[in-house]
Design a protein around this ligand. Sequence first.
Ligand code: ATP
Length: 343
Amino acid sequence: GNLAIGTLASHSALQIMHGAKKERFTTILVALRDRAWFYRDFDHLIDLIIEVNSWRDICKPEIAEELRGYNTILVPHGSFVEYVGLECGESIKVPLFGTRSLLRVEADQKLKMLLLMKAGIPTPRVYELGDDIRGPVIVKLPGAKGGKGYFIASSNSEIEAKLRKYIEDGLLRSPREAIIQEYIVGVTAYFHYFYSPVLNRLELLGADIRYESDIDGLRRLPVGILEELGIDPTFTVVGNLPLVLRESLLPRIIEYGRRFVDASRGMVSPGVIGPFCLESVIDRELNVKVFEFSGRIVAGTNLYIDGSPYSYLYWDQPVSMGRRIAIEVRLALEKGLLEKIVT
Ligand code: ATP
């Protein structure tokens, strides 16, 4: 019968619904009861809204059954990874667009860095506590949302003192849990890729910059006042800004994306499918250092609901990441290859 494309009403849901509608799929949103009104304003994009009390309700047998009843392919996004929980995400009895087993890698900072290193993608140097630290480092807490509690330091004693305080405050169990990473001075750039198992090709569909409080707001203050305030900046994402890259950077960025696809096959089966994002800092020598990845659609793609400068080159029409997902489902359906894109 007919297929539906569904997702959770958050993150990049409107883009995913818009793209699925463009490709003539039935569209289904699972929405939190108190936020459903907002999504109803877009009911021309959404055929059905299923209301739930909590995100985890999506794993309740009756909800999963309802979704299966409409032949739904569920598209995981940032809120799915963040709020549904690994156990529910891995076991949900609804087909997922993409690779289910990648969720476990995505939940583990150390596994994530391992995958990047196995891919031979340049990453910031990682230190252990007590190593000879040269230059500034960024210390990351596990499971931190929006970089809460991250701090920048330049010596072991500074790091130890701060981590001791975090343990006292119950933010951290052991200093070993913290990740100490070389701090790259440069500009951040996030690359949006789509790997198509059906066409067997990698597409670079866009790039963005995250607009983060407080780190982006602090530079509005005079340096003297900054010192006086002594704020530990957070990296809470407020939105995303568009970015087009120097064309001379593109071959390397696509090369890193290809390496990621190859290396993911060595870590999860069958390897990454569909959208993923490499998150980087680019320095003055134009070195691209990747400090993090997302193995699913990122919210920065919301910028390009009407297509990006890159997606236009591949498709010659406005294709967002959400629409690209729907195109892949349609192509897979036409060629009898659905098992290549859902897990
Ligand atoms: P998210 O889960 O939303 O992707 P997060 O909270 O896990 O983010 P990171 O993405 O790891 O945090 O980092 C938060 C911010 O810190 C980044 O957006 C970037 O601005 C900065 N950052 C992270 N690692 C480095 C690094 N090695 N050098 C310089 N800046 C960095």
